[in-house]
Design a protein around this ligand. Structure first.
Ligand code: WTA
Length: 655
């Protein structure tokens, strides 16, 4: 996160109360109601979650025990049987919602589709039967590598319906990154498309799958291919099957499989501080409950609303707040294939106007890009349907918050700045929009049942307004259950960096934060070796290993550099093997190499060649120095541990 953001967040004093007209119609209407709920949850969390689970969801069989907590392993609603696809679809079919729009989809080229709950249910059943036809059984992992088309949601729900855990891989990842994820999850089937539309071009997805499988992902037996762009592709007989064809060969009757509450629902890979992405494990019952109730209360979601979250289904936000949370609530959700692009920078405003979107949830990086384009574009569209705005993914600087409030929300929409992570499954710290006042740059207060704290490295709470590490002190229903296949890494990463307090394990989020005297949280960004580019988490190690896998590179260090729009940009310091001299072309080659290894989201913004990296005497790269250099700042602070001081001078000059 950029330093200017930290500075402006530290000085922020403005406060906005929810408009009375909003509070009057909200689920949670006042600070008092919020506090009552919070206290109720704190007094008896198991009763609180148990009551909600009973009221809000359909269970095939009720649980015996709400929580079984054997730190750091939690089990929620033990003995209960449930199916999240049933809660998202079937239970709505016996009500008037059967003919309600579940998904309003807009394609990048301007085509569109609306799927009612009845239609979505049918498509999901067809795909579930298609998967069975391909040999998928309960427990088998299915990878989903699709663009933002309705089939992405259909595929996820189809997997959930038959109890096959899904692993969605973002369509922007390269064949190499896809292969790593297929191998780690031991996926049996991949669901993909010929291609997808992105920024007025098509990107080939099936071709990437072919490459990934060529390089070795032997667990994959079948590939189910959705046709989207009609680009050329080759189908491998016996392995590749067209969705269009298989769909006509299977029936539409597919009862939802009763799942144990703790059965694996999905794996989603996220970057960590080592080169290898972590497979974050989420299970069924607790995840269904938590995404359901947070969607309802935080977005104040009503049956009449048109709700739009601009994330991609490849990220956790797409899982929890495009697919599972909204559909479990019987909502109407917009799904948009496009992103703002030079040919159509105002496409988001067009979509809001066209469908009369009421609730709009996007990322600070998008807001900053819009700010730069100016007000004329959004002002030329009718945005009056909006009643609530949200942000997610990174800290929002107060200036961008104010712009969002004024230009998009027309000063009448509350803003929910929602803090959470792939690992938390759902939103943890957030305003409840009818109840709590907001402060630009603060993600406000914890959701009922969530107990965050800011602590020092020993786990002791810091005082008000002092910076520290953000931890969560009590288990919650949608918490990460494990790192797929690596319980040791799970323990080490999340539960042991901050030592247990009085024998109580606390979850360490990897973020720095402070809490002000009114209990509001201000998240300052990652404290580990993870950088956030346009809200996407990338491990510096991942990019470094991609760089050193190039034959000319002997060493690389990657840091984040503040960027006005994307929050951070990737800055790489590279040491060459000496056989070629540094050049602009070589920098370009290395950037492309990283794209090939990981995907376009990891493309370094800048590469600086150097003879050596600044290291401590014990050989640790001094990233703090590199971060200052990348930001164009003077290197300050202690440099006495530097092994070779001349390295710094050379780096300054940009060797
Ligand atoms: C950051 C995205 C400040 C944070 C849902 C976290 C935020 C990481 C916010 C998780 C916010 C997310 N304010 N920072 N409102 N929301 N973050 O796993 O650093 O892609 O640890 O999940 O994004 O990113 P992830």
């Amino acid at each position: 996160m950029s330093d200017p953001t930290i500075e402006s967040i530290l000085q922020e004093k403005r406060r906005f109360s929810p408009p009375q007209s909003f509070s009057d119609q909200a689920y949670i209407r006042s600070e008092r109601e919020y506090e009552q709920l919070y206290s109720k949850a704190a007094a008896n969390p198991e009763r609180f979650w148990g009551e909600l689970a009973e009221q809000e969801l359909h269970w095939f069989k009720k649980w015996d025990k709400v929580l079984d907590w054997r730190p750091p392993f939690a089990q929620w609603f033990v003995g209960g049987q449930i199916n999240i696809a049933y809660n998202c679809l079937d239970r709505h079919l016996t009500t008037w919602r059967r003919n309600k729009a579940a998904i309003i989809w807009e394609g990048e080229p301007g085509d569109s589709r609306v799927l009612t709950y009845g239609e979505l249910h049918r498509e999901v059943c067809l795909m579930a039967n298609a998967l069975k036809e391909l040999g998928v059984k309960k427990g088998d992992r299915v990878a989903i590598y699709l663009p933002m088309i309705p089939e992405a949601a259909i595929a996820m729900l189809a997997c959930a319906r038959i109890g096959a855990p899904h692993s969605v891989v973002f369509g922007g990842f390269s064949a190499e990154a896809l292969r790593d994820r297929l191998v780690d999850a031991q996926a049996k089937v991949v669901i993909t498309a010929d291609g997808g539309f992105r920024k007025d071009k098509t990107i080939a997805l099936k071709a990437q799958v072919d490459l990934a499988l060529e390089h070795g992902a032997p667990s994959v037996e079948k590939v189910l291919v959705v046709e989207r762009t009609q680009e050329e592709m080759t189908l491998k007989p016996g392995r590749d099957v067209l969705w269009r064809e298989l769909k006509t060969q299977v029936g539409a009757d597919c009862p939802a499989e009763p799942m144990e509450s703790e059965d694996l629902l999905f794996i989603l890979y996220t970057s960590g501080s080592t080169g290898k992405p972590k497979g974050v494990v989420h299970t069924t019952g607790g995840y269904n409950l938590y995404t359901h109730i947070t969607t309802k209360w935080i977005f104040d979601l009503k049956d009449t609303d048109v709700y739009w979250c601009t994330a991609d289904v490849g990220w956790i936000t797409g899982h929890s707040y495009i697919v599972y949370g909204p559909l479990s609530n019987g909502a109407t959700a917009v799904m948009y294939e496009g992103v703002p692009r030079p040919s159509n920078p105002g496409c988001f405003w067009d979509v809001i106007e066209k469908y009369g979107v009421n609730i709009f949830y996007t990322a600070p990086t998008a807001i900053r890009a819009f700010m730069r384009q100016g007000e004329a574009l959004p002002q030329s569209r009718d945005l009056s349907s909006l009643r609530l705005l949200g942000t997610v993914g990174e800290p929002i600087n107060p200036e961008a918050w104010m712009w969002y409030h004024r230009v998009i929300g027309q000063e009448k929409c509350p803003i929910v700045d929602t803090w959470w992570q792939t690992e938390t499954g759902g939103i943890m710290i957030t305003p409840l929009p009818g109840a709590l006042g907001t402060k630009p740059g603060s993600c406000c207060r914890p959701f009922p049942g969530i107990v965050p704290e800011v602590v020092d490295l020993d786990g002791a709470p810091v005082t008000d307004d002092q910076g520290g590490y953000l931890v969560i002190k009590k288990p919650w229903p949608s918490m990460i259950r494990n790192v797929y296949g690596d319980p040791e890494r799970f323990r080490r990463t999340y539960w042991e960096q901050i030592p247990p307090q009085d024998d109580q394990y606390v979850y360490f989020a990897g973020d720095g934060a402070r809490q002000d005297e009114e209990g509001y949280f201000w998240v300052m960004g990652r404290v580990d070796d993870v950088i956030s580019v346009a809200g996407h988490r990338l491990g510096t190690m991942e990019i470094e290993s991609a760089l050193v896998s190039h034959p000319l590179v002997v060493e690389a260090a990657v840091v984040g550099r503040p960027d006005e729009i994307t929050g951070e940009a990737i800055f790489a310091f590279v040491v060459l093997d000496g056989s070629q001299s540094p050049s602009a072309e070589l920098a370009q080659t290395l950037k492309e190499h990283v794209v090939q290894e990981i995907g376009a989201i990891a493309r370094p913004g800048e590469i600086r060649f150097t003879d050596a990296l600044p290291k401590t005497r014990s050989g640790k790269i001094m990233r703090r120095l590199l971060r200052s250099l990348a930001a164009g700042q003077e290197v300050s602070g202690d440099t006495s541990t530097l092994e070779d001081r001349t390295v710094l001078d050379k780096l300054r000059g940009g060797a």
